[in-house]
Structures are given as structure tokens and as C-alpha cells.
Design a protein around this ligand. Structure first.
Ligand code: ADP
Ligand code: MG
Length: 727
């Protein structure tokens, strides 16, 4: 005989239902805090014992509960907030199902003290399984009068006393308490005009205090600290009735703030604390090009959507909501945040000041100057020839670039640390200089250690050096590739001690010739003429090796269509193509390098390629080898092409080394003419060489044997003095 079907006992039903809503003490707390906010409180005090299992007490100064309603308070589906189903569409309160208190009364010992403004005194009563019950000390179950202030105090004791399985699955008291503080802090940030406090019962210190009058920013500061609050940007969206967006306001951190420890994004949708996966993913995507890898922003975002478009009733704990036009709304938020981030990126000012004029000049020169007699001109000549198509294409001028890496020190910081180095400059013998620079520059290769260990290892290993280097504020990702290590070793093995000493102690004199790319350095009593193209080339290659996988990023505000750029500037130039007989065809280049290798390019070279359109991948970022130094984009297409044409992709070491070589060539300052047109770029090139590149070269450059022919002694001072003496 099959077993007979019988209705469940009401208490069993209620306890099962309670289990769905109240999973942990923090769920009960959330419901009760929401009730207090619904009751227009201006102060909510929370006291917790044993992670909320022993006691959760929430006291508010809201409207209170009518004495006549107290018998119904904990009945399931009794609420003052909803009358008919349609009301759900316009519901503006947190609660509406009348389930929370009922549920809590089925799995704990619940008592309530409440007083409305009309009441002469407060009323206290006890509940069990939805009903009023006598107090533990005995007597009537009727509410009894006691002294008290206006508002409501909900006291939950012995949560889950009758659900042992739930008790067993709880985390430690400490962790449950942390979850409670997290919930309270999120509501505290969102609910302006309401004060919050939260503490462990019996403790003299509160873990969270927010006064009612505090601004949202101060709330964030008080909870997450100044490191977050100082970097906040305020994002507001225009209402958009087409997609049902009423309002969206957000506080998010800018690209100065980055933290490996992530703060879960705080999303409120129509005042409900929710998790919204699509929004979270989209925001992470936005920040991925702004923050160093693995670092997270702080995000608070409150969204208001036309209530009729939102279904709040899809999840037992109401932590998820559904809404119409989700994709469009998420996209418009992403656009707004992205726009704000890029415009506020402090590098922006730096760049526009420094580079706008330069890019204008480049543009003008392309128009006016048909030929440049430089060695490096094939490419330029061709650019000139295809000037109209470049215009159509709108190549990414430097002013469209945003510096996004803040892991490296700022220029000023750099300059001042330079001063320190300068002061102790006489001390090291040349050998010592070389030793320390090797150690400081090259990230050790730990093939078999686990990543975390290696990171801490690395920090201690080269602590002293790191303080001096430009990469202080973020831990480098660890590169475990033995091929890269071999390449580093190769550089070290080609070290020229004397030349390295020269570069590490030189005094920068000035650029001698912009078209042949020569400058003067003084070392001791001697004057040298240096081919700065060769030196910079080698230097950028070394930076590439030592910072491998950990570069900053230069982000294009308009993604670069790789196919279009390379096609117009390279493939359509027959002269140029003749020089690369073995080069892959355009499709091959796009497919095998920029689509198939996109992940590798991003991982190792911080070259982010958007391959969502696999036919036309878009370049989003290129590495920033040296902070504050932006290469000339005249050579971008050639670089992108040569990564395919001149790099051996069969062998890992050849490939990585080859890409780094191409990258270095791309970053080398361009030769400039003596023409008036180039005056501005000559000035900025000289500035970059003197203030950015050569100070770094002084600090961290291993001069290799091949550079010997690029450094020529042109005079020594004693000799010169003798000449002068004779005059
Ligand atoms: P809901 O919030 O869904 O209505 P609850 O079980 O959470 O259901 O609460 C039931 C009712 O009790 C609420 O509708 C409200 O009228 C009343 N109530 C609960 N907590 C408070 C409070 N702190 N202040 C005033 N009224 C409250
Ligand atoms: Mg409620």
C-alpha cells in the first residue's frame, strides 16, 4: 500500500518556510533592520551575542507597532505593507510578505518591546511559533505594559534552538558576526538620514557607529577607511525612460585605489541590497584595464528602476531581483563609470598637457612634410602617402590615451627618490652598483614554488631594491617562465662593467642631434656622445624583461581596429611589404597572432585585445614600460605587423624575446628633424630623455657589450682645460 497523503502540521510548514528565509543570523538581522527602516527610524542599534545565535537585539526609534496588532505580528502572511497582489508593483518598503517575524518566531525565542507615539507606555510580549506566549517567568501571554521609549526593540534569542542541523552548518561566531557587521554597514551606507550602531553585547566598544547626519561619503570613510573614501568618484546617470531607468547614483573608487583584498560590490536595486551578477561582471571588466591585475575597486551603486519593471519576489531572502532591460541598463552604467574613470584619471591632465600639442604637430607634419630623410622613414613616408585614409581611420592620437597604471611611482616621487640616490652616489664602487642593480631589476625565477610564497619571498629578497625602484606599491605578479629567466641571464652575461658604471653615474648634459639621436653625457671628467636610440632600445628591452607580465597599461580610449590599421599602413604599402618577404598575409597575422594569442599577449605583455569580433580584433591597451613615457604612435602599425612578421612563434624563448625586442623598438624615441615644425617634439623628447628615461637608466640599466660602439668619448675636461689655458 502506498503511504497516504496528509497535510503537514502547520508548525512543520512554518519551520520549513523559516529555513528558506533565515539561513544564518545575518538573514534574521537583515529582515529586522529592514523592518526598522520601513518604520521610518532614525537610529538603529544592534547588539549581538555569540555571532547572533545567542542573542540578536535590534532597537529602533521608529513608529512602533499598535498594541492591537501585536497578537498578529508573528502570524505568517500578516503585514501592514501590502494589501493586494498588484501592490507589489509599487512596493516601496523592504518587507511585504509578512513572513520574517513569523519565521523567526518558529526558530527562536522572540520577544518584542514597542511603543507608538499614541501609547502611554511601551508593551512587551513574547512569541513562539507565531503566537503570543507567556514570558519564561510565567503569567499571561497578553502584552504587558512597561516603561520604554517610542520605537521597537526586537529580541531574538537562541536562534535555531530547534533546528540542530542548521546550527551545525553555521560558521564560527566570529564569522557570523562579521557577516552581520557587513550587512549593517551596507545598509548604513545606503540609508542616509538613519544612524546605525553595532556591537557585541557586553562589549564597551562598538564595531560600527554611523550618525544619522553623516554624508554617504563619510559613512564609507567610517566603514572602509580613508584609503577608499579619498579616491571615490561620484557617478550619476540621467534617467532613461526607454529602459525604465529612474535613477542611478554610485560611488566608485578611481584608478588610484586598488586593493587585492576585494570588498564585495554594494548594489541596491530599488533600495534592496542585492547581488547582481551581470552588473558585477560588467564592472569588473571596466576596472580590469584600470587597475593592476588582481586588484579590485570599491563599488557602491544604487539603482532605481520603474517599479513595474522589477520583480522583487524571485528569491526567498530577496537577495536577487529581476528587472526588464537588464542588458541595456548595465551597459549604460558601465559607460557612465568608464567615462568618469577615464576623464578623472589623473594621468589625463598630464597627458593632455604634455601630448596634445605633440599629436597636433604629428598630424600637421604628416600633412605638410612629404619626406623625412631619416633612416626610420619608410614607414613615415608611407603614412604621408596614405594620409587621407589615416584621417578616415582616426588613428589613436596620444591625447586619446590614458595612463592607467598607478603601481609605479609618480614622476615627482621619482624625482625625489632620485635625489636620495644622488646623495649617496659617491659611495658604491662600480662593482657594487652593478650587483645591486642586477638584484633589483630582475625578478627572481622560482620555478617550483607556489605563487604566494614566491611573492613574499620576492619582497624580502629584494626589499631594499624595491624601495628604490619605481614599482613600489604593488606586488609584482610572479613570472615563472624559464625562457624569460634565460633571456635575463643572457643580458646579464653580456654586461659591460665600465659602461654600466658610466650610465649609473653619468650627468645628463643634453641632446646633441635629434635626427641622428645623439646626446651628451658627462662621466667623471670625460664627455661622451651617446646614441640614445640604441641605449633606449636596450633599456626598454631590459625593462620588458625585468617587469615581464607586470607592466602598467596605456589604454586607448577608442579601441584600435588592428586589421584596419595594419592593412592601411602596412599591407597596402608594396614598397614596405617587399622588405618582409616571409611575412604572413593579413588574415594570417590577425588570426594567428591577435586572435589566437590574445590571452598570451594580455597575460605577458598587458596588450589587451578584444576578440569579440574575431574578424576584427581591437587593441585596447599596450604596456606602459616606463611611467609617464608614451611612445609615438606613428610606429604602432609597424610594431603590430612586426610582431607577426619578425618574431619566431615556434619557440617560446625566441617568441617572447622577439616580442620584447619589437616592443623596445616601438618605444624608442623617434628621430626628429631640425625643422621648425618639430620644435615642440624636440622639446618634449629632450624633456623625456632628461627627466624620465635617463634618470631611470641611471638607476637600473645594465649596459651590454653591444653598446660599446654607441658611446664615444668626445673630450676629457683636463684636455679641454689645457686648450683653454693656451687661449
Ligand atoms: P513585512 O515586513 O513583510 O511586512 P514582517 O514579518 O517583517 O513582515 O513584519 C510584520 C509587520 O510588523 C510589518 O508589516 C510591520 O507592520 C510590523 N513591524 C515589524 N517590525 C517593526 C518595527 N521595527 N517597527 C514598526 N513596525 C514593525
Ligand atoms: Mg519585514
Amino acid at each position: 500500500m502506498p503511504p497516504r497523503i496528509k497535510p503537514l502540521d502547520k508548525n512543520v510548514v512554518n519551520r520549513i518556510a523559516a529555513g528558506e528565509i533565515i539561513i544564518a543570523p545575518s538573514n534574521a538581522l537583515k529582515e529586522i533592520v529592514e523592518n526598522s527602516i520601513d518604520a521610518h527610524s532614525s537610529a538603529i542599534e544592534i547588539s549581538v551575542k555569540d555571532g547572533g545565535v545567542k542573542l540578536l537585539q535590534i532597537t529602533d526609534d521608529g513608529g512602533g507597532i499598535n498594541k492591537e496588532d501585536l497578537p498578529l505580528l508573528c502570524e505568517r502572511f500578516t503585514t501592514s505593507k501590502l494589501r493586494k497582489f498588484e501592490d507589489l508593483e509599487t512596493i516601496s518598503t523592504y518587507g511585504f510578505r509578512g513572513e520574517a517575524l513569523a519565521s523567526i518566531s518558529h526558530i527562536s525565542h522572540l520577544s518584542v518591546v514597542t511603543k507608538t507615539a499614541a501609547d502611554q507606555c511601551a508593551w512587551k510580549c513574547y512569541y513562539l511559533d507565531g503566537k503570543l506566549v507567556p514570558p519564561p517567568t510565567g503569567g499571561s501571554s497578553e502584552p504587558r505594559p512597561i516603561a520604554g521609549k517610542c520605537g521597537t526593540s526586537i529580541i531574538v534569542e537562541d536562534l535555531f534552538y530547534n533546528v540542530p542541523s542548521r546550527l551545525r552548518t553555521l560558521r564560527s561566531y566570529g564569522e557570523e558576526y562579521a557577516k552581520i557587521v557587513e550587512i549593517v554597514s551596507r545598509y548604513a551606507i545606503h540609508t542616509e538620514n538613519v544612524g546605525f550602531s553595532c556591537k557585541k553585547q557586553g562589549s564597551s566598544s562598538t564595531d560600527l557607529v554611523i550618525r544619522a547626519g553623516m554624508s554617504r561619503k563619510d559613512r564609507i570613510r567610517s566603514i572602509f577607511g580613508s584609503s577608499v573614501a579619498n579616491e571615490l568618484i561620484d557617478v550619476e546617470l540621467e534617467p532613461n525612460s526607454d529602459i525604465g531607468l529612474v535613477k542611478c547614483s554610485a560611488y566608485v573608487t578611481n584608478s588610484n585605489y586598488s586593493n587585492r583584498k576585494s570588498i564585495k560590490p554594494i548594489f541596491f536595486i530599488n533600495n534592496r541590497l542585492v547581488v547582481c551578477e551581470p552588473l558585477r561582471r560588467a564592472m569588473n571588466q571596466v576596472y580590469s584595464t584600470y587597475l593592476p591585475k588582481g586588484h579590485k575597486p570599491f563599488i557602491y551603486l544604487a539603482l532605481e528602476i520603474v517599479p513595474g519593471n522589477v520583480d522583487v519576489n524571485v528569491h526567498p531572502t530577496k537577495r536577487e531581483v529581476r528587472f526588464l532591460n537588464e542588458e541595456e541598463i548595465v551597459q549604460s552604467i558601465v559607460d557612465a563609470v568608464e567615462g568618469k574613470l577615464s576623464s578623472l584619471d589623473s594621468s589625463r591632465t598630464f597627458l593632455t598637457q604634455q601630448v596634445i600639442t605633440q599629436s597636433q604637430r604629428v598630424e600637421e607634419r604628416l600633412k605638410r612634410q612629404p619626406l623625412d630623410e631619416e633612416s626610420d622613414t619608410t614607414h613615415k613616408r608611407r603614412s604621408t602617402a596614405s594620409i587621407s585614409s589615416i584621417k578616415q581611420f582616426k588613428r589613436p592620437y596620444e591625447k586619446d590615451m590614458v595612463r592607467t597604471d598607478f603601481s609605479q611611482a609618480t614622476l615627482e616621487e621619482y624625482v625625489s627618490s632620485q635625489a636620495v640616490v644622488g646623495a649617496s652616489e659617491e659611495v658604491p664602487r662600480s662593482n657594487h652598483v652593478i650587483d645591486s642593480s642586477i638584484e633589483g631589476r630582475v625578478i627572481e625565477n622560482h620555478d617550483d614554488a607556489d605563487a604566494d610564497d614566491v611573492i613574499s619571498d620576492h619582497v624580502t629578497l629584494s626589499d631594499n631594491e624595491v624601495t628604490n625602484s619605481s614599482n613600489t606599491s604593488s606586488l609584482p605578479a610572479v613570472v615563472k617562465l624559464s625562457s624569460v629567466n634565460e633571456l635575463r641571464k643572457e643580458v646579464e652575461s653580456q654586461l659591460n662593467v665600465e659602461l654600466t658604471a658610466l650610465f649609473s653615474k653619468h650627468t645628463f648634459i643634453g641632446v646633441a642631434d635629434y635626427s641622428r639621436r645623439l646626446l651628451c653625457l658627462q662621466y667623471g671628467v670625460k664627455l661622451f656622445l651617446v646614441d640614445y636610440a640604441s641605449v633606449c632600445n636596450e633599456f626598454f628591452y631590459q625593462v620588458g624583461l625585468s617587469d615581464f607580465g607586470n607592466f602598467g597599461r596605456i589604454r586607448f580610449s577608442k579601441p584600435v581596429d588592428i586589421r584596419m590599421l595594419v592593412k592601411e599602413e602596412i599591407y597596402e604599402d608594396e614598397q614596405l611589404m617587399k622588405r618582409y618577404p616571409g611575412a604572413p598575409d593579413l588574415d594570417g597575422l590577425i588570426q594567428s597572432v591577435y586572435v589566437e594569442m590574445a590571452e598570451m599577449l594580455e597575460e605577458y605583455f598587458c596588450m589587451k585585445v578584444d576578440v569579440s569580433d574575431a574578424e576584427n580584433p581591437k587593441l585596447l591597451t599596450i604596456p606602459m614600460l616606463v611611467k609617464g613615457y608614451i611612445p609615438s604612435f606613428n610606429k604602432l602599425s609597424l610594431f603590430l605587423f612586426k610582431v607577426g612578421a619578425c618574431v619566431d612563434w615556434e619557440d617560446e624563448k625566441q617568441c617572447l624575446g622577439g616580442i620584447l625586442r619589437q616592443l623596445a623598438l616601438f618605444y624608442v624615441p623617434e628621430p626628429l628633424s631640425d625643422l621648425e615644425d618639430d620644435a615642440e617634439s624636440r622639446r618634449s623628447t629632450s624633456e623625456q630623455l632628461e627627466n624620465i628615461l635617463f634618470p631611470l637608466i641611471k638607476k637600473r640599466f645594465l649596459a651590454t657589450e653591444n653598446l660599446v660602439r654607441d658611446v664615444v668619448e668626445i673630450a676629457n675636461l683636463p684636455g679641454l682645460y689645457k686648450v683653454f689655458e693656451r687661449c
